[in-house]
Design a protein around this ligand. Structure first.
Ligand SMILES: C[S@@+](CC[C@H](N)C(=O)[O-])C[C@H]1O[C@@H](n2cnc3c(N)ncnc32)[C@H](O)[C@@H]1O
Length: 301
């Protein structure tokens, strides 16, 4: 079982870590949707501003019929801005399949002719994108999810997708940009506490799946911008000394010990272009919102 293996290995390390993909059970996906509606969380608003700006130009950018493939599609809210008559297929790929099926159902009501094929995929591993004959594949990786990879694994991910979709297909990637530290800090510390709830929900997920009896009140969320690493780091911090068992492995958490549960790397236009070219993609165009907080890149395989 992957979650169990990752928990045992991540919680046995000196610097404890739980991969962020495990946040997304149904409740986690709902909390994330709430985060995107918070005033402090600018990435969703800024990305939508860019998508609205370019939506009319999209059909002219690609030849023939299109298959839109969205990785980590979540609520499938942003794709609605871009769907046009050339789009025959929409393939939302996500680890949180039940949530995505619900979003797909809503989308089908709005676009009855669109062929929608939701699939459960863990994109941090190798995966295949379905093939569509005589159709240009246009992938989407939005929500600044490209910033969530550890240990430079975004490179493996980008190479895998490029190989999987084949030559002369495309991907749109949303990348959050380095900016004022306070704006970044506030985005991951919303006043209503949804980011904290989203992270603390991991304790519920551990209890439910591993039959542990951890008390959520014995943890708090701590998120901040690490200017040296140019990334947001989100931690769950243990308020007390506590021990628990995952399978047969005893996990020890000291008082004030931190578990890294989320990172969000931030980019510059230059650093993102370099990442694209190092992974064999050609940058076609990029756009920014008015305040230059956020960027959207169109890459060709
Ligand atoms: C940051 S949210 C972005 C959601 C949406 N794309 C947006 O722009 O608002 C990340 C999404 O990716 C999904 N996700 C996270 N890790 C994943 C993984 N390893 N494989 C597949 N989906 C993943 C989550 O379930 C969630 O829907």
């Amino acid at each position: 079982m992957t979650l169990q293996k990752d928990l045992i290995s991540g919680l046995s390390k000196k610097n404890k870590i739980i991969p962020s993909k495990y946040h997304y059970d149904l409740q986690g996906s709902k909390y994330f949707e709430k985060i995107t509606q918070q005033k402090e969380y600018y990435p969703t608003r800024k990305e939508k501003e860019i998508l609205k700006k370019i939506s009319k130009k999209i059909p002219a950018l690609f030849k023939g019929s299109l298959a839109f493939v969205e990785l980590g599609s979540g609520a499938a809210d942003k794709i609605k801005i871009l769907i046009n008559k050339k789009v025959k297929y929409y393939v939302p790929l996500d680890i949180s399949l039940n949530f995505v099926k619900k979003s797909a159902f809503k989308l089908k009501k709005k676009y009855p002719k669109l062929i929608i094929k939701p699939l459960k995929v863990d994109y941090s591993r190798r995966f295949k994108i379905p093939n569509f004959k005589k159709t240009t594949k246009v992938c989407f990786f939005l929500g600044s999810s490209i910033g969530n990879f550890h240990y430079k694994e975004e490179k493996k991910f980008l190479i895998n997708i490029r190989k999987s979709i084949g030559k002369d297909n495309f991907i749109f990637i949303g990348a959050d940009l380095i900016k004022n530290k306070k704006i970044l800090h506030n985005a991951y510390n919303d006043k209503k506490g949804y980011t904290a709830k989203f992270s603390l929900n991991l304790i519920n997920i551990i209890n439910r799946t591993q039959k542990t009896k951890l008390n959520i009140k014995n943890f708090y969320y701590h998120g901040f911008y690490n200017s040296q690493k140019k990334c947001i780091q989100g931690f769950l911090v243990s308020k007390i000394f506590q021990t628990f068992k995952i399978k047969n492995k005893t996990i020890v958490l000291k008082k004030s010990e931190k578990i890294l549960v989320e990172i969000s790397n931030k980019f510059t236009i230059k650093s993102f272009k370099a990442l694209a070219s190092q992974t064999g993609w050609k940058t076609q165009q990029y756009w920014q919102d008015k305040k230059k907080y956020y960027s959207l890149f169109l890459l060709k395989s």
